[in-house]
Design a binder for this molecule. Structure first.
Ligand code: UD1
Ligand code: UDP
Length: 351
């Protein structure tokens, strides 16, 4: 019985880690990497850090407009899946690789699991929102990370396909946080003082594609009275370089870092500033206050529980909110535990 695991972007490699470890000795597994992320520090490094076997296929489909990138993925994925004939396909998250994987499998009548199903921002200007909706509606089994995601699936008439498994990124994080503590020396290497710096990432088109917007964020952050380490996503560095944006003195730029280094940076930070989906959850699990530069979030529970705050760079309160934000301290089990095991149990029943 063969399972095709379809990935392409950084957060998908992180989600793949614990699942591939759990299923690899029980099923024949074919890992198909679309090539959407391709730099060593956006791709191969994660396979190494998370001890994931190298992909059996890398389709080499890198950058491109949405139609071009997704279209090329459809063409190449169809060839691979037709020749491999898996009994099950698995896609993760909400990228163009997720969309292509779920479309190809459904057209080839390959049963498909969508991991991280049911998330909604209710903002269709985000390309991810379209990818989520289409993938949920074309998939046969929906592994849902949160109660809110289950409610979204119920509203769309998809609840019969859904299973509340919890979030696979909990397993990735808990499996690796001690290793990161032992193996990564990134805090010292970057000259950072533990618990005295902010950690930031930005890559949403809404924040970074317009250089005026990106520059406004950076300029406002110059007023924060602490150092900010900023591992820069390639989408963002392109805009910064092309427009020669001025980087304030308190912001320390870095190339993107590997998973062990990144979770170490998270765990020694005072607070995290981000627009990433995965990082909002990691901040919660690591009990770090999270400031999210977005008008809405799919991970609304973290906001309701008082560990995450949404900020608008146009607001007069932007800097003050970042500096003064204090979480409630109480936490519930929002994202579950032993998630890969729950997924594996269901996969065994499906196969
Ligand atoms: C993609 C996903 C987004 C996810 C993010 C995770 C879509 C529509 N977007 O956004 O949901 O949150 O990944 O990081 O699928 N680039 C490089 N090297 C790389 C990777 C990207 O230079 O290794 C450049 C590309 O050439 C392109 C830009 O970064 O110019 C954006 O890459 P792309 O994969 O299209 O979208 P992301 O912004 O990474
Ligand atoms: N991450 C990383 N190195 C970095 C930045 C992020 O390993 O330099 C990890 C982070 O720990 C999280 C994931 O990448 O697990 C989040 O991915 P990203 O922000 O690219 O995508 P999103 O979750 O928003 O789709």
């Amino acid at each position: 019985m063969k399972i095709a695991l379809i990935v392409g972007a950084r957060p998908q490699f992180i989600k793949l880690g614990p699942l591939s470890k759990k299923i690899k000795d029980h099923f024949k597994v074919v890992i198909v990497h679309t090539g959407q992320h391709f730099d060593n520090n956006m791709s191969d490094l994660f396979f190494k850090d998370l001890s994931i076997p190298a992909p059996h296929y890398n389709l080499g489909i890198n950058s491109g407009l949405h139609g071009e990138q997704t279209g090329k993925m459809l063409i190449e994925l169809e060839k691979v899946l037709k020749s491999e004939c898996p009994s099950l396909g698995i896609v993760f998250g909400d990228t163009n690789s997720t969309l292509a994987g779920s479309l190809v499998c459904s057209k080839l009548h390959i049963p498909i699991i969508h991991i991280e199903a049911g998330l909604r921002s209710f903002n269709k200007e985000m390309p991810e929102e379209i990818n989520r909706i289409v993938s949920d509606h074309t998939s046969d089994f929906l592994f849902s990370p949160t109660e809110t995601a289950m409610q979204n699936l119920e509203r769309e008439g998809l609840i019969e396909k859904a299973l509340l498994t919890g979030d696979i990124m909990v397993d990735s994080l808990l499996d690796n946080i001690e290793r990161a503590d032992q193996l990564s020396n990134i805090v010292e290497a970057k000259g950072l003082v533990p618990e005295k710096y902010y950690l930031m990432t930005l890559h949403r088109p809404y924040n970074v594609d317009n250089p005026v917007m990106l520059s406004k964020i950076l300029t406002k952050l110059s007023k924060i009275g602490s150092q900010i380490i900023f591992p820069v996503h390639p989408r963002t560095s392109k805009v910064m370089d092309d427009n020669a944006l001025v980087i304030p003195e308190n912001i320390l730029l870095s190339d993107p870092v590997g998973y062990l280094d990144f979770i170490k940076l998270e765990s020694f930070s005072i607070k995290i500033i981000t627009d990433s989906g995965g990082i909002q959850k990691e901040a919660y699990i690591l009990r770090k206050p999270c400031i999210t530069i977005r008008p809405e979030t799919e991970w609304i529970e973290t906001v309701k529980e008082g560990w995450n705050v949404l900020v608008d760079v146009g607001s007069d309160d932007f800097v003050n909110t970042i500096e003064t934000f204090k979480p409630s301290q109480e936490q519930n089990d929002l994202f579950g535990k032993n998630v890969a095991q729950k997924m594996f149990d269901k996969i065994q029943k499906i196969m």
